[in-house]
Ligand binder design. Sequence first.
Ligand code: ATR
Length: 267
Amino acid sequence: MDVYGLLGNPVGHSLSPPLHEAAYDELGLEARYVTFEPEPEDIADAIHGADALGIAGLNVTIPFKQDALKIVAPEDLATRIGAVNTIDFSGSGPPTGYNTDAVGALRALRDHDVTVEGARAVVVGAGGAGRAVAFGLADAGATVAIANRTEPKARELAADVPHATGHGLTELETLVPEADVLVNATSVGMEEDVSPVPADALHDDLAVLDAVYQPLETKLLREAATAGATTVDGAWMLLYQGVEAFEIWTDRDAPVAAMNEALRSRL
Ligand code: ATR
């Protein structure tokens, strides 16, 4: 029996257990996925303890993604993003840390036939999600404009990301009409039916990914659809960060359709 899990605090409403267990069921794997809520001061002991117990892999979520980076041997992309969300214990050396949020966003876009290579991308948000998406898009060959409410944070992030520029939100009016890909990596649209992007900037040559998945149909995605844009909801990004973690841990192709169904039936 392989044991996988999620480290976070809180983790009560996580969708990761059903997402991963759907994959184990589909492939007939003897595995379980459980959640752990260590106290912040115990995070290093928790990760080393998981390794000692033979746990096969862990996902890491708020507030431990930055701490985990210092405890494991991170991959280059995770180091540059500054956060680890997936730990693999299968090697003989120290556990390896990955950031599958970046690849999750790319795979969500590619699943919808969106070309990222050479695209002009706009990322709204410069927090944890914005960092991951900006590095992912840049590594895949897009030029990235990062727009954030707190503009200096966008400029700081842009200085770290290849071929990126930093902007305030008011510049979305001129950035988005020129863009091929737009990603909302803020929490705007979650609590209230509001959009971080002016509707009249959206257009039919644009693909829009909203990282918000509650609700699935945000105001941004509704307005993007009205403008004729390709829309990709936040469940796709959530799905593919899990798919990517599953594939790192098991070296097998994930049963994406079964995982997608398990996730969407709970949203
Ligand atoms: P996460 O890890 O989910 O990205 P975060 O690091 O707290 O969370 O970042 C939240 C992002 O949403 C930030 O880009 C934040 O903008 P600021 O850097 O200016 O705080 C953005 N955000 C949150 N609420 C917002 C709002 N009401 N309007 C615009 N941007 C908002």
